[in-house]
Ligand binder design. Structure first.
Ligand code: TMP
Length: 247
């Protein structure tokens, strides 16, 4: 049962349920970029993202990676374990793009010699500033042990996601994840939030076409079609490899 709304973000709402350890996460149709300076939406976006996130959480679980996901509810919601979010956005990059390419004055699309893990401090008022590992630890955002766990988990997630997307003809350029600690056992860090085209860069492996939120950020058009395409490829693939151009 959906009770009180306890949080409303740019793309999701969070509600309490009758079970104190379980929350209901609702995916909205809205879409924002540049710290919500740019706003948009399309009908069905919440449902697509819920389905993509649920699919990915289930696939991660098969590989032994725990998340807050419990089960799908209705069209645009999922039950999740109540966790305390660690206020760090953990970004993994396989190919240089976005803010790090811009910061370094380098072209997007440069493959990196190994996955790069970056931390950003999750604070909208500060526009989520980059934080070094040492800053995160010394400034008391996370312990050294937590930072090591976050890095390791982010890299494990990257491995699984790369395989999942590669199998459906998509190159995983980069993504952002968030983690939390379940309230009953503080030590256990689990993947939380979402993994969807909102927080990943996904390029078609053949054409290089962008199938993610950059279509909205950069006014490239076909936003809805691209999000649907990602869902269709992931969920149609169940077991057999995607053949580009083969359907
Ligand atoms: P960036 O290149 O803009 O730093 O983004 C890196 C990845 O993180 C990209 O896949 C988009 C995702 N991301 C979010 O999910 N939320 C954000 O607020 C930002 C800035 C990026």
């Amino acid at each position: 049962m959906k009770n009180e709304m306890i949080y409303e973000g740019k793309a999701k709402r969070l509600y309490t349920t009758d079970n104190a350890g379980v929350l209901l996460l609702e995916f909205k149709d809205s879409l924002t970029a540049f710290n919500a300076q740019k706003r948009g939406s399309f009908a069905g976006k919440g449902s697509i993202n819920r389905d993509v996130a649920a699919h990915i959480f289930k696939e991660l679980k098969k590989k032994g990676i725990e998340s807050h996901f419990l089960r799908e509810v209705g069209e645009r919601e999922m039950e999740v374990r109540r966790v305390r979010i660690i206020p760090l956005e953990v970004v993994v990059r396989n190919v240089l793009a976005g803010s790090t390419a811009k910061k370094m004055g380098r072209d997007e699309g440069e493959p990196l010699p190994r996955p790069l893990v970056e931390f950003y401090y999750k604070d909208d008022a500060l526009a989520d500033p980059f934080l070094s590992d040492d800053q995160a630890i010394v400034l008391g955002i996370a312990t050294a042990e937590q930072i090591a766990i976050l890095k390791q988990k982010a890299l494990e997630i990257n491995q699984v996601l790369q395989g999942l997307f590669q199998a459906v003809g998509i190159q995983l350029i980069d993504f952002k994840v968030e983690f939390g600690t379940p309230s009953e056992s503080e030590g256990d860090i689990v993947l939380a939030d979402e993994i969807t085209p909102d927080c990943c860069r996904l390029w078609d492996a053949k054409s290089g076409e962008r199938l993610d939120k950059d279509r909205f950020r950069r006014d490239l058009g076909r936003v809805e079609e691209s999000y649907s395409e990602v869902l269709k490829r992931l969920t149609n693939s169940s077991g057999h490899r995607f053949v580009p151009g083969g359907r």
